[in-house]
Design a protein around this ligand. Structure first.
Ligand code: GCO
Length: 255
């Protein structure tokens, strides 16, 4: 069998991976052979996700920290250093949503969404890449974009600004880090059935809009992003950098 997509011997840190898309990424990379490091703010939820993965025989470990807190991120990476754990693959997945018309949006909510969805990728990416460069064995950075990296939707302006930023931050990372053997790419998921989208899933008009607007005629499942994540985390993508791959059931391709 080809080893192109094999992640055996690689260690992956996935932010925001106690549930939702992040957990799906952790599951997918672990299934491909990687050791996975689970992160979220809530230590109990992290421990639960780690236990679920270990119960399947996977090598998983928890690392709770707040991705928006530079000191906490620094301390988390220092603890990995102390344990002799080097990150080969980073998925900057942590994200939140806050739906509000722009004219009613409070600055603190704008800031919180930008910090969690965009600035976090800089903070965590910087720590990971510094170490990858020093180690000299390359690495893989995968940022999580969105359909809103390309197109806007009313009521989600800060998310849209952040995800547009993720697309360009990915290119900025590629510009500086590809010469060190680090490929930086992004995945842009379509409308996925996750907890973050509960309000949308439960709204019959929105549900009908998603199904009508998506050529696949359905919402995506978190496990349907795993193949793209494994590809971008593996040797199969060693000459691919600065790209954003949409996994959206065809939505962006059509009017
Ligand atoms: C929204 C959703 C978004 C979408 C995403 C699709 O409110 O529009 O919460 O997160 O799921 O933009 O890529």
């Amino acid at each position: 069998m080809s080893t192109l997509f094999d992640l055996t011997g690689r260690t992956a840190l996935i932010t925001g991976s106690a549930r939702g898309l992040g957990y799906g990424f952790a599951q997918g990379l672990a299934d491909a052979g990687a050791k996975v490091i689970i992160n979220a703010r809530n230590a109990e939820q992290v421990a639960q996700a780690v236990a679920q993965l270990r119960a399947q025989g996977h090598d998983a470990q928890g690392l709770p920290f707040d991705v928006t807190d530079e000191a906490a991120v620094g301390a988390a990476f220092a603890s990995l250093d102390q344990q002799g754990i080097a990150i080969d693959i980073l998925i900057n997945n942590a994200g939140i949503q806050h739906r509000m018309p722009l004219v009613d949006l409070a600055l603190k909510d704008w800031q919180r969404v930008i910090d969690t969805n965009l600035t976090s990728a800089f903070i965590v990416g910087k720590q990971a890449a510094k170490r990858m460069i020093a180690r000299g064995r390359g690495g893989k950075i995968i940022n999580i974009g969105s359909l809103t990296s390309e197109a806007a939707r009313a009521t989600v302006a800060p998310y849209t600004a952040a995800k547009g930023g993720i697309k360009m931050l990915t290119r900025a990372m590629a510009a500086e880090w590809t010469e060190h053997g680090i490929q930086a790419n992004a995945i842009g998921p379509g409308y996925m059935a996750t907890e973050m989208n509960t309000a949308l899933l439960q709204n019959p008009a929105f549900d009908a809009w998603v199904k009508g607007r998506t050529p696949a005629r359905r919402w995506g499942r978190p496990d349907e992003l795993a193949g793209t994540a494994v590809y971008l985390a593996s040797a199969a993508s060693d000459y691919v950098s600065g790209q954003i791959i949409y996994v959206d059931g065809g939505m962006l391709a059509v009017l």
